[in-house]
Design a protein around this ligand. Structure first.
Ligand code: UDX
Length: 451
């Protein structure tokens, strides 16, 4: 190895504290570019799995990358935060869950920062700490910085660096998103921290370097919330229009979305009406920013409406079933799809759970099927429902099928399947995976279709 290469490798060694979804995907992508990566997590079982090259979460490409990284010794993981000392940059990727009132819980950020700082107290060389966890504005400077300085006995901006650097990974495409981001946001107070992180990303992306936007940490932190709040609002907006369409005969929200999407100021993406958004980010982040604004004396009415619209969207789905069946008591309803979107086993904040709860309250008999998310749903529902082995057995004898997730295997079902298997071919398409014309001889209702 030439001295130039070895020098480059030494300057690009990173550590990641928090091997959850974001930390793990970030670690795998850094290691895939030949960057020596240390991963730290308090969860021993998780660390054991990762050290064997196994992914504790479902994410396409992740396990393959972990296997290679572990085998090539580019990724080493442990439960010891002191292992970060070998690297030059530490990314903080611990979870930031919600408290019961919806505000952000920064316990893990505080604890991890303390551990990192104690290690840095023993280290002579410059070390950059990067806050990648989603945190409300002011956290990097107001919480992380004082803990870091107090326990390391060093001054941020001089002997140690500090930056905020949010991520925008989507479940299911996280690896691709990490390898090809549309932008990099660096929130830094000082030039040294900014330049250190910029250099690292230049090493990483080389000719494919995306635009780097530099700002103060508070702004970088807010970019993440603004991004998720905008996307969530776009969905609640189109779901609002869908509810208007449903009450306007002859009108279909998909046509409206396509038409308005031609306006470049609006754009065609993220305008798919459905049962409401789910997933680990949108609801949590909307609640956190709503609470943050409230603490600052501002009522974020628009964002509250985005959340309320999303919550109410489940009722719109149930109303479509009621429109076909009348009362729902004793009716057997097949739920096709439980995960918050296709190709994941994640049911966090999934619309399917809100719909199931409402159907359950109304006395419906529920049978559910999902290609991946049955296990997680069984664990989380506080009451019993039936689970089917496949979509066909879910449909058998059902009075109504409600399509909740846009899985490809559901798209392969045909009207004749519904007619042959169900007691009555009544279909509520909450994801609009079919066309009304596919069901000319059945009762078909779709989100956003005025009948
Ligand atoms: C989201 C953000 O996209 C990502 O940038 C951020 O870092 C984390 O949160 P993710 O939770 O993986 O990512 O899901 P995403 O693909 O954005 O979908 C979120 C929800 O919105 C899903 O339930 C999806 O079905 C729903 N959705 C999305 C719609 O109902 N309509 C749309 O047009 C788009």
């Amino acid at each position: 190895m030439s001295s130039r290469t070895s020098k480059k490798k030494a300057s690009s060694s990173v550590s990641i504290v928090g091997m959850g979804y974001v930390g793990l995907c970030t670690a795998a992508t850094f290691a895939s570019r030949g960057i020596t990566t240390r991963g730290v997590d308090v969860d021993q079982e998780r660390i054991r799995q990762i050290s064997q090259g196994r992914a504790p979460i479902h994410e396409p490409r992740l396990e393959g990358m972990l296997k290679v990284a572990v085998k090539r010794k580019l990724l080493k993981v442990s439960t010891e935060t002191s292992d970060i000392a070998d690297s030059t940059t530490t990314f903080l990727t611990v979870g930031t869950p919600s408290r019961t009132d919806g505000s952000i819980d920064l316990t893990f950020v505080r604890l991890a920062t303390e551990q990192i700082a104690k290690t840095l107290a023993q280290k002579e060389d410059y070390h950059l700490v990067v806050v990648k966890s989603t945190v409300v504005p002011g956290t990097t400077n107001g919480i992380v910085r004082p803990i870091l300085e107090a326990y390391s006995h060093k001054k941020a901006g001089q002997e140690i660096g500090l930056a905020a650097n949010p991520e925008f990974l989507k479940e299911g495409t996280a690896i691709d998103d990490a390898l090809n981001p549309d932008k990099i946001i660096i929130g830094a107070n000082d030039e040294k921290s900014r330049d250190h992180l910029t250099r690292l990303y230049k090493d990483f992306y080389r000719r494919k370097l995306p635009p780097i936007l530099v700002m103060v940490p508070e702004a970088a932190e807010l970019v993440k919330y603004a991004s998720n709040a905008f996307l969530a609002t776009k969905i609640s907006f189109i779901n609002t229009i869908a509810s208007v369409c449903q009450r306007t005969p002859g009108v279909d929200v998909n046509q409206i979305a396509e038409a308005i999407g031609h306006d470049p100021r609006i754009g065609p993406l993220f305008l798919k009406a459905g049962p409401g958004y789910g997933g680990s980010c949108f609801h949590k982040d909307l609640q956190a920013i709503i609470h943050y604004a409230k603490e600052k004396g501002f009522d974020a009415v628009l964002l509250r409406a985005t959340e309320e619209t999303n919550e109410n969207q489940a009722e719109q789905v149930v109303e479509l079933a009621q429109k076909i069946l009348g009362t729902l008591g004793q009716k057997r309803i097949a739920i096709l799809g439980l995960s918050f979107k296709k190709d994941t086993d994640d049911i966090r904040e999934a619309a399917s759970i809100r719909v199931i709860n409402k159907l359950h309250e109304k006395g419906a008999e529920i049978v559910a099927y999902d290609p991946m998310a049955v296990r997680n749903t069984k664990k989380s529902l506080p009451y019993r429902i039936d689970f089917a082995q496949d979509s066909r057995s879910a449909l058998e004898g059902a009075d109504c099928a409600v399509i909740m997730t846009e899985w490809d295997e559901f798209k392969r079902l045909r009207e004749k399947d519904f007619k042959a298997l169900m007691r009555n071919a009544n279909i509520v398409d909450a994801r609009r995976i079919f066309q009304p014309s596919d069901f000319e001889h059945s009762n078909y209702q779709g989100i956003g279709i005025g009948t």
